[in-house]
Write a protein that binds this ligand. Structure first.
Ligand code: GLY
Length: 556
């Protein structure tokens, strides 16, 4: 009998292995991004002999052309790398608050937030960092010439991009805002149907100037002057001085161990690395495999760790160049043990009795992520954003790109007590040249001292929880990269006190169990769009391109 059950288990194991749904496989290098055009341009650079940092510059710009709702040159981002020799690092090219900004710039005379002011139009724009960031990474680690990297992108902008169904819908949904914000008709006011081609001749000209004159064209040259004039004509306060003084910053990534893995992720001003460190360390003592994937106990445990981490995020995190972020304390074992002392599977902890802050995290879910592994063994994870879908909705026809609304990632009204007398958000208040807090979590994972995974996602605050779940899907639940990114997700962020859940994808019994235990569920159609690359045991690369978007993995 014992032998028979062993035999059945073996058959089930073989069956489950043979049924694994793998993504694109490759032997040498791979790019996974939100658009096929961008992944292809990135991979072509690798095939030409370029490395991951070369491919970064080309892929990022190709996303600005093919995925203008989040891909950008008018925004900013973060890159985490692990080179083939095992060295790691992180680049912060997040936007900064303009020099003329003030902590109350979005408040009326009664100190109430003026709705929309930090979200759309010229005043919502932070000083863009993307061009400085990709040039900085290239200058330090790239090998091909700028001309070789930008030429294919200019060609793409001239030839145009085929509109997908999802893209068409996104443009349609935002058209009313384009009309509201822009003084004249913009390219995206035109009716586009699925399979139409959109050409970007003005963006091509801007890129041609950047190719010719380099990074400074964007920050000091003709483009800079036109950009400043345009933003100021539209109610913004960015000056030439803001652009000229913009600098990306190399930072030490957040590094921690989880169950034999080494996780390398983005440090402040992103909250991503600190939060995934906290969450994963809080759940590490539990045997997740025995709970089962997306079981109610698994969800409860993760949700309670997320709740505690997001409460800390709201109070402690901000730009480390302006405030002291107590990273070591927040991620220490003793602190996290205390934090989980009152955790119980029986009932939720009330968010009102946890931690700090009076602000709800209110980030939009439009950002984009790409992952690259090159044929030399270097890996990068890059998340870049305009913040909202099409950012501030302010589009320069002349320059051919949208501007971010990243100022909305600051706390517009810090220091005010909520109904329980809790104060928060000071750490992330607006100050001239400060970087706004982010959730972007580009992450690289090592196993046994070797590259294992590179991943990340858009999704505002859900970025953090999506990255954690995707790593756990692979590591704890033995999923392929493609299965891991497609898998159903849930999210809790302390306030509002509810679990966002891709409801259609979860079992009714599990949802009922959570509700019975006292959790509030909030249906969400889609959480994140994770793009990752897994190094398999046989050293092949497997791409995971999230089915929720038009995301595409291309390898060679
Ligand atoms: N704007 C999204 C983020 O930085 O998290």
């Amino acid at each position: 009998m014992k032998n028979l059950s062993k035999y059945i288990l073996l058959i089930l194991f073989i069956f489950s292995c043979s049924n694994k749904y793998e993504g694109v496989l490759a032997d040498n290098g791979m790019v996974v991004s939100a658009r096929q055009e961008a992944s292809k341009i990135g991979v072509d650079i690798l095939k030409k002999g370029g490395n991951a940092f070369d491919a970064m510059l080309a892929t990022e710009l190709a996303l600005a052309v093919s995925y203008p709702s989040a891909g950008n040159i008018g925004g900013g981002g973060f890159m985490v790398y692990r080179k083939s020799d095992g060295s790691t690092g992180a680049l912060d090219y997040r936007e900064r608050a303009p020099i003329n900004s003030t902590s109350d710039m979005y408040l009326d005379e009664n100190m109430e937030v003026i709705e929309g002011l930090s979200m759309i139009g010229g005043l919502s724009v932070g000083v863009p960092g993307t061009i400085a960031g990709i040039f900085e990474a290239h200058e330090r680690y790239g090998t091909l010439t700028i001309n070789e990297l930008i030429s294919p992108v200019i060609e793409l902008a001239k030839k145009g991009v085929i509109v997908t169904e999802k893209q068409k819908n996104r443009i349609e949904e935002n058209r009313k805002y384009f009309k509201l914000v822009n003084k004249s008709k913009i390219l995206f006011d035109n009716d586009f149907n699925t399979n139409d081609t959109i050409k970007f001749p003005n963006l091509a000209s801007t890129l041609e100037r950047i190719m010719e004159y380099g990074r400074d064209e964007f920050y000091k040259g003709e483009t800079a002057k036109k950009l400043v004039e345009f933003i100021q004509n539209n109610g913004g306060i960015i000056t030439l001085n803001d652009l000229e003084s913009y600098k990306p910053v190399w930072r030490d990534p957040i590094i921690f161990n989880y169950d034999g893995l080494k996780i390398i992720s983005m440090s402040p001003p992103s909250s991503g690395g600190v939060c995934i460190n906290q969450i994963m360390k809080m759940i590490e003592p539990f045997d997740l495999k025995t709970f089962g994937h997306n079981s109610s106990n698994y969800i409860k445990l993760l949700v309670e760790a997320e709740r505690r981490s997001f409460a800390d995020r709201s109070h402690y995190l901000g730009d480390p160049d302006f405030i002291q972020v107590p990273v070591n304390k927040l991620t220490s074992e003793s602190y996290l043990n205390i934090r989980m002392n009152d955790f119980s599977f029986e009932k939720p902890t009330d968010s009102n009795y946890i931690g700090y802050g009076n602000i709800e995290i209110n980030e939009s879910d439009e950002t984009t992520h790409y992952s690259i592994v090159d044929q030399f063994g270097n890996a990068i994870a890059v998340t870049t954003t305009l913040n909202g879908t099409f950012g501030s909705k302010l589009y320069s026809n002349e320059l051919g790109f949208f501007l971010n609304n990243e100022m909305d990632d600051f706390s517009s009204k810090p220091g005010y007590p909520n109904m329980y007398g809790l104060i928060g958000g000071e750490a992330n208040k607006i100050e001239p040249q400060k970087r706004m807090l982010s959730s972007m979590t580009p992450t690289i994972v090592e196993k046994n001292g070797e590259l294992f995974m590179t991943l990340g996602t858009p999704g505002g605050s859900t970025i953090i929880t999506s990255v954690v779940q995707t790593i756990l899907n692979v590591h704890e639940f033995n999923m392929t990269m493609q299965e891991a990114v497609n898998s159903a997700r849930f999210h809790h962020q302390w306030k509002p006190d509810s679990i966002r859940i891709e409801s259609e994808l979860f079992d009714e019994k599990i949802k009922n169990n959570l509700i019975k235990s006292g959790y509030r569920l909030n249906d969400k159609v889609s959480i994140g769009r994770v793009d990752g690359i897994l190094v398999k045991k046989d050293k092949k690369l497997e791409g995971g391109a999230d089915k929720r978007g038009d995301d595409t993995a291309i390898g060679f």
